[in-house]
Design a protein around this ligand. Structure first.
Ligand code: GAL
Length: 339
């Protein structure tokens, strides 16, 4: 019995020695660094940003090791800039080591940047690009601050791809052959650069190719499926068969548009064309079976990984660039068939 006790004591001593060897303060957690990450999303009720947000969470988990952990807190701005501003204040009080922010309003970028920079916390802006005074992407608030960056995709490219998909059709969108492509435009949000650029560049691709266009109807549906459906139903009541192309700034609204078109007895690919952006799984399937003419992959995986990678760089004290760009991909029937 004595022998067993002695053996037990020896084992216990051995373990405590190993544990104490871990670091100055002792205990097995001494060598584990846990970084606090705050992620502010403009609103959870958004198809694309939900995919993006979930991928941020999953990707942070894959980067954890035995010695490095990420304690990631997500907050829902509920599409209110006041709410988001308070959430950023709370992140600062909580001593976040890095903040990732999907602004509710890009016009409030400066206020958010100023307070996060003053608190000495690196800031990674995502998805909604603050634009400079002259409307280009070189926003001084980002360029002037080495600890602030923007990770996103160039929305001009997505608009151009929508237009190019229409140009690749046999009739180039002119279904009734009257020499003019008559379209309606369902915008996300007038203040949002993704919405502005997609609206401008989808049509520009057509006019640059010498195609005559006429906008019958344009309104904003806040990236939302139900609102998108309502607007397209309105437009159909007003313009009926004259509508040849329905451009939607995102797939959420295109799903609503698809329903409104169906309800009005219109058939995509026969008497109307329908375009979105994001490449939601549902919409890619619809492009494959002809219920949508095309969409554009908004690469939430590439963007979320780039955002997390740069946040980790900042946590490691490495310098970051001011801008990180991820490409869009054109998704038409040929692309889907080839997958
Ligand atoms: C866009 C995306 C939309 C919406 C929006 C939010 O890039 O295409 O579906 O998520 O961001 O800002």
């Amino acid at each position: 019995m004595k022998k067993v006790l002695a053996l037990l004591m020896a084992v216990v001593m051995m373990f405590s020695l190993v544990a104490c060897g871990g670091g100055e303060t002792g205990g097995e957690t001494a060598d584990v660094t846990t970084y606090k990450v705050g992620v502010a999303i403009y609103q959870y009720n958004d198809n694309f940003m939900t995919l993006y947000r979930n991928e941020i969470a999953d990707y942070f988990k894959t980067l954890e090791t035995d010695t490095v952990k990420y304690d990631v807190t997500f907050v829902d701005g509920k599409n209110s800039m006041d709410e988001q501003s308070n959430q950023i204040d709370t992140f600062i009080t909580q001593g976040m080591d890095v903040i990732i922010c999907n602004l509710v309003q890009t016009s409030s970028a400066e206020v958010i940047i100023d307070k996060v920079v003053a608190a000495d916390i690196p800031l990674v802006l995502i998805n909604r690009e603050p634009l400079g005074d002259n409307g280009d992407e070189s926003y001084a608030g980002i360029l002037d601050n080495p600890t602030v960056c923007y990770v996103g995709a160039d929305a001009r490219q997505s608009g151009t791809y929508q237009g190019e998909i229409v140009l690749s059709l046999e009739d180039k969108g002119d279904i009734n052959g009257d020499g003019t492509v008559k379209y309606i435009m369902i915008m996300g949000d007038v203040e949002n650069p993704d919405a502005q650029y997609r609206t401008e560049f989808s049509v520009k691709a057509l006019t640059d190719a010498g195609v005559k266009v006429e906008c019958l109807y344009q309104d904003t549906a806040a990236w939302d499926q139900t609102k998108g459906q309502e607007l397209v139903a309105n437009a159909l009541t007003q313009f009926g068969k004259d509508i040849e192309v329905v451009f939607c700034n995102n797939d959420g609204m295109a799903l609503g548009a698809a329903q409104a078109l169906k309800d009005a007895g219109r058939v995509v690919g026969e008497d109307v064309y329908l375009l979105g952006v994001d490449a939601l799984t549902e919409c890619v399937e619809m492009v494959g079976n002809g219920e949508m003419t095309g969409t554009v992959l908004n690469d939430h995986i590439g963007q979320s990984h780039a955002a997390v990678d740069v946040a980790v760089k900042a946590l490691n004290g490495e310098a970051m660039d001011n801008y990180y760009w991820v490409n869009y991909v054109k998704v038409d029937k040929a692309y889907v068939d080839a997958q």
